[in-house]
Unconditional design. Structure first.
Length: 468
């Protein structure tokens, strides 16, 4: 089981994922008198009464930086479980198998033994930014295949933390440690966000899903440990959780009505959740159905709830609906959504018209995405409808202007006034400027000295009065 260790969630739930990890291994924490975990100890096989379960721990950037002592204890727990003396020990067998594979990869006997029990990985030491796929995924114009994204995740999350090694990149070790993983798990401890509204959820759990699939060739089962209510904590299938989030948020009529009251902020939030849906579709394609994409199209493009969304977006934030249409087009272009020709044509017209009238939004999905623009233009050129070809050309022209303006902005600095010439009567003599500056400094010290004397006099007066 691969566990997504998140520092913020640990701060909220005080170590739920750590507790699950220890129990899967058949190890328990040791507390001191202050109720702090200071060590771990093995649960005997006769007491455990089940096989020990192997774990893989994928740490977020904040976890290892905030909880290094917990990382060390978890590593100790893995090694302790691997050394458990019972005859049938799956973890010991897995460690022995990995040591053999490392030797086959060319590791020395010493290095193979050192890393055979390594099961904790994360980003490099000091890196708090995480996986580097969070903003790569919506910038869908710069990558072609899902393997491009999974490679970035693996490259950034494959630094090993075990024994005396703290954050070292060891070629081939991450892939070997991930072998045999068939389940991934993430905790949900806060009602403030959901697995849909929190983009870090697809960044970490989705990224881990891609890594497991790349290594094993199979999509792992995914679960969410829902501990928002500690008295009713339970395990939930991830697809059920995400579908519930979609039904209660993005596709929920009352939710949309509520966000309409927040103007541009509500429009922007809707756009973000459509992008997060795209993020899940990229990182775990099975989690977003064709029906979901069709419903998003019906609700926000066709206004199936009859909420006057077209007029509202136009007033509140025209760039929000531009980014939504761009995201839907990219889902189609990438093959994530089997959109019909009519849907692609409608979206292309909506996107092109928005760019033509309001300019390019510069959003993560649409900004600088020439492949998206070409895809939309192609749909308009082949629609056979009057005005579409001209609309496509206008869109391209506006995007070119936007790109040129952005490039100009990059080199444009603050405008400076020309330095006065020596014979300029308005120019003050440098010596005079220095004298005035020194005089100002003296005045400042004098003011401070007067103030301090006042404080001392007042203190002496109150002391005589018996107040001090």
């Amino acid at each position: 089981i691969a566990m997504d260790l998140n520092g913020m969630e640990t701060m909220r739930d005080y170590g739920f994922m750590e507790a699950q990890t220890l129990y899967l291994l058949g190890v328990r924490p040791v507390w001191n008198r202050s109720n702090l975990v200071i060590d771990v100890e093995l649960i005997p096989a006769e007491e455990l009464k089940r096989p020990r379960v192997e774990v893989f721990l994928a740490m977020g950037g904040q976890y290892k930086e905030n909880f290094p002592s917990r990382v060390a204890l978890l590593d100790k727990a893995v090694r302790m479980a691997a050394a458990a003396p019972e005859p049938a020990n799956p973890i010991r067998e897995s460690v022995a198998s990995m040591e053999s594979r490392l030797l086959q990869r060319g590791f020395s006997a010493e290095r193979a033994a050192q890393f055979a029990a390594a099961r904790i990985f994360g980003s490099k030491p000091g890196n708090m930014t995480g996986t580097n796929i969070l903003y790569l995924i919506p910038r869908s114009g710069v990558w072609d295949k899902e393997e491009d994204v999974s490679s970035v995740y693996t490259d950034n999350m494959s630094f090993v933390y075990t024994g005396d090694v703290w954050g070292e990149k060891v070629n081939g070790l991450y892939e070997e440690a991930l072998q045999g993983t068939d389940t991934i798990l993430r905790v949900w401890a806060s009602n403030m966000t959901s697995q849909l509204s929190n983009h870090h959820a697809y960044e970490y759990l989705g990224g881990l899903n891609m890594a497991v699939k790349k290594v094993t060739g199979k999509t792992p089962q995914a679960f969410i440990a829902d501990v928002r209510d500690p008295s009713a904590a339970h395990m939930r299938n991830f697809e059920e959780v995400l579908d519930t989030n979609l039904r209660s948020e993005l596709l929920n009529k009352k939710w949309i009505e509520g966000l309409k009251a927040h103007g541009y902020a509500g429009a922007g939030h809707i756009s973000e959740l459509v992008k997060n849906t795209f993020g899940w579709s990229v990182t775990r394609r099975e989690s977003v159905s064709q029906e979901t994409w069709n419903e998003i199209y019906q609700v926000y493009v066709k206004d199936s709830y009859q909420l006057g969304l077209s007029e509202w977006f136009e007033k509140a934030s025209p760039h929000a609906i531009q980014e939504i249409s761009a995201t839907l087009l990219e889902a189609s272009r990438k093959g994530l959504w089997n959109a019909s020709a009519e849907q692609v044509e409608t979206l292309s017209r909506l996107y092109a018209d928005s760019v033509a009238r309001h300019g390019e939004s510069g959003g993560l999905v649409s900004g600088g995405n020439t492949r998206l623009a070409d895809y939309a233009a192609q749909a308009l050129h082949t629609s056979g409808k009057a005005g579409d070809t001209q609309l496509a050309q206008t869109m391209k022209t506006m995007i070119e202007k936007s790109t040129a303006a952005a490039q100009a902005d990059k080199v444009a600095g603050r405008k400076l006034e020309a330095a006065p010439k020596k014979d300029d009567p308005g120019r003050q003599d440098p010596k005079s400027e220095r004298v005035q500056g020194f005089a100002s400094l003296l005045l400042s010290w004098e003011a401070a000295a007067v103030l301090m004397m006042g404080v001392l006099v007042l203190a002496g007066f109150t002391r005589k009065a018996g107040s001090l």
